[in-house]
Design a protein around this ligand. Structure first.
Ligand code: CIR
Length: 255
């Protein structure tokens, strides 16, 4: 959770065509860009040098830059996103990774991996199989992760959840924030778990960046739980990302 850099991408106008499990209306691109700018500012306040890439209209979901890549020890692994409309995001992102990361490697697989299914601790990379990430992709990722000195643990994202990290996030070396449903899956049995408050499951996609935990606004009880546990909480409005099933972690690659 200690990061010096982050890579983000401005939301495109085409985000209105972004994927979503249930339709609650399109995001407003201008408002989304404002919320995104506040998010970038918060990353900077937390101590990251943030590079903001231009919007990529060809890919409606490209603001969710976490899904096509994973950065470990400054080495970027270009992934293979599992949604057909997002597969091309990986190649589109590669030049920026070449420019900003010390090395770039490709996940060579016929399977699929979305970065949103990957939760990194200090020494482990937890990957949740989901509708976007399959066993083949996860196994082919293993040697790339091990080459960076991490152990890969393959878990299951419960079926109704988009991404493993939609409902969990790392708070510190031994603690995660998770929904009761994901906590009950046993994924975090070796860790301390702080559960999101009842009715506040959408707050689980938080990010710890250096000294602060960034949490979506509107989840006061969960914010309280975190504050009481000693975390410094910064809340950010993610209403537009939420309309297309995105949250705080998806909007940056942190390294
Ligand atoms: C998608 O369905 O791929 C996007 N609309 C949302 C991606 C959110 N990304 C994430 O949780 N890592």
């Amino acid at each position: 959770f200690e990061f010096t850099h982050a890579l983000c991408r401005v939301p495109a106008d085409s985000v209105c065509d972004g994927l979503r499990a249930s339709d609650r209306g399109d995001p407003d691109p201008a408002l989304f860009r404002n919320q995104h700018a506040a998010y970038v500012a918060a990353l900077r306040d937390a101590g990251c040098a943030v590079t903001v890439l231009e919007a990529d209209e060809a890919f409606p979901d490209s603001v969710f830059i976490e899904d096509p890549a994973l950065v470990l020890n400054g080495v970027a692994i270009v992934l293979r996103p599992g949604a057909p409309s997002r597969l091309g995001e990986a190649a589109a992102l590669r030049p920026a990774l070449e420019e900003h990361c010390r090395k770039v490697v490709d996940l060579k697989t016929e399977g699929f991996v979305d970065g949103g299914d990957i939760l990194c601790t200090d020494d482990r990379v937890l990957i949740g199989l989901s509708a976007r990430t399959d066993a083949r992709g996860a196994e082919d990722l293993r040697p790339l992760v091990e080459a960076q000195g991490y152990r890969l643990e393959v878990l299951q994202t419960p079926p109704e959840i988009l991404h493993f990290k939609t409902e969990s996030s790392l708070l510190d070396a031994e603690t995660v924030l998770a929904t009761p449903a994901l906590a009950a899956s046993g994924a975090f049995d070796s860790m301390r778990v702080i559960e999101t408050a009842p009715g506040e499951g959408a707050s689980a996609n938080a990010i710890r960046v250096n000294d602060v935990v960034m949490l979506s606004a509107g989840y006061p009880e969960t914010a309280d739980r975190l504050t009481q546990a000693g975390y410094e909480v910064v809340t950010l409005d993610t209403s537009q990302a939420a309309l297309v099933d995105g949250g705080l972690s998806c909007m940056s690659l942190r390294y």
